[in-house]
Design a binder for this molecule. Sequence first.
Ligand code: XMP
Length: 191
Amino acid sequence: MDFAGWLLLADLMHEDVERVLITEEVIEKRLGVIAKKIQRDFASEEQLQVVGILKGALVFMADLLRRVPLRLEIECLNVASYHGGIESTGRVDFLDQKLPEVKGRCVLLIDDILDTGQTLEAVSRRLIKMGAREVKTCVLLTKDKPRATEVEADYSAFKIEAEFVVGYGLDYGGRYRNLPYVGVLKPNVIK
Ligand code: XMP
């Protein structure tokens, strides 16, 4: 595809967005603040084990961790709870055959969003069961709503209303993860 064709496709993606909730510039500034906190809080860890939840945490994690100059070991975990829709199914499926080795380690668990809390709760529980010494959690977004389970993130970049959002790693039907901001889709785009 030539450059003009690519631009046309990019425009189409942005056209599906009704509102931008958090701009790229605002995200960038906030990541600096969160990264400094993480650096300060884990400065005494010889090697911090980071576990990112795929695929939603991909963009957030890549941008955040490049601002943390600690000796990190980065692993990812494939987990599904939305199964393509706009509401959590409440079922957290671990999709990997093999989970990261975390025995005796302090783990920083990263996800895109804290919604019902079931994903962070299920993954934290699993990591502790696998022998992690401690699990701290970090999310880009926290939805302002009651949780299905008693869990809050140790680090959260932004609090948002309880509405379905896309962009900066978050998808609808596998799309929009590459939007550089967090936004709300037009109602006619959501089937
Ligand atoms: P829970 O309910 O387990 O949800 O805290 C966490 C996972 O659900 C997905 N999720 C969303 N995905 N827009 C999305 O694209 C949203 O508004 C949204 N809310 C929750 C996400 O995969 C997250 O890891």
